[in-house]
Design a binder for this molecule. Sequence first.
Ligand SMILES: NC(=O)c1ccc[n+]([C@@H]2O[C@H](COP(=O)([O-])OP(=O)(O)OC[C@H]3O[C@@H](n4cnc5c(N)ncnc54)[C@H](OP(=O)(O)O)[C@@H]3O)[C@@H](O)[C@H]2O)c1
Length: 268
Amino acid sequence: MNVAIVGASGAVGQEFLRILAERDFPIDNLVLFGSERSAGKKYTFKGKEYEVKLLQHNDDFKDIDVAFTSAGGGTSKEFAETITKHGAVMIDNSSAFRMCDDVPLVVPECNAEDALNRPRNIIANPNCTTIMMVVVLKPLEALSHIKRIHIASYQSASGAGAAAMAELQQEYKELVNNEPVTVSKFPHQLAYNVIPQIDVFTDNGYTKEEMKMFNETRKIMHSDVRCSAMCVRVSSLRSHSESVWIETESPISVEDAQKAIAAAPGCT
Ligand SMILES: NC(=O)c1ccc[n+]([C@@H]2O[C@H](COP(=O)([O-])OP(=O)(O)OC[C@H]3O[C@@H](n4cnc5c(N)ncnc54)[C@H](OP(=O)(O)O)[C@@H]3O)[C@@H](O)[C@H]2O)c1
């Protein structure tokens, strides 16, 4: 397959490269894209160097089979036509298309079959907190319909991108050296702190991040589940955590829940 990565220099783009190598994904040609900021930068993939190309409205995606895009919602919207017009499948990590009726929102462990129906040649990935939750909800839903979920999330700096991760590390350095602390990517100092707000508030009093969990979970699970989330940024560099209270239509024993989760793909 010919594979493109749009946003190769970013936190997600770098993970794409790492995981494609780890899984020995069958790649004939790999093309990396970015903005003027990273164009010309070189990254090593399986011992070979690749130079980042400037993302432009041209025919660069003509021979691409799959494009993993992770360069923000605005870039995805602007370049979707350019990326897909010759037949490439765009697997988009941004929030640009997640709730569009003609774009499937897919977590392979839950609803891989939805990816087969993609009228615009776009497959959307959900928000990170939603992905890790639905992988666990899916085997429980098979035991009894899940009616309601209450979530408390603990989300690391990585969820805010590469520059935000650098800021957290910078803050720790500055604190150790008794220097003024740089605060720019997060609304407050994150080092030695937790921030109980991710993204802006919507009219109903939940933040956008919290509403993503509500809307995206329902779309992926094809469910009417009600979902109340409280999303918090914590001062770890990587790895999110969640506590999830689940209310099912009929009772499930702890043993049955444990067995179902243990047998589900992607769960440990
Ligand atoms: N971090 C996560 O855990 C996570 C989880 C789920 C979804 N997402 C989503 O994934 C996307 C990227 O997130 P991230 O955390 O990787 O952000 P990031 O570390 O800030 O990286 C952003 C990437 O987008 C590229 N980019 C920005 N504007 C561009 C443009 N006009 N043309 C081409 N490339 C452009 C940047 O390239 P340059 O360096 O050249 O500017 C960079 O590679 C966002 O939509 C985010 O919401 C992130």
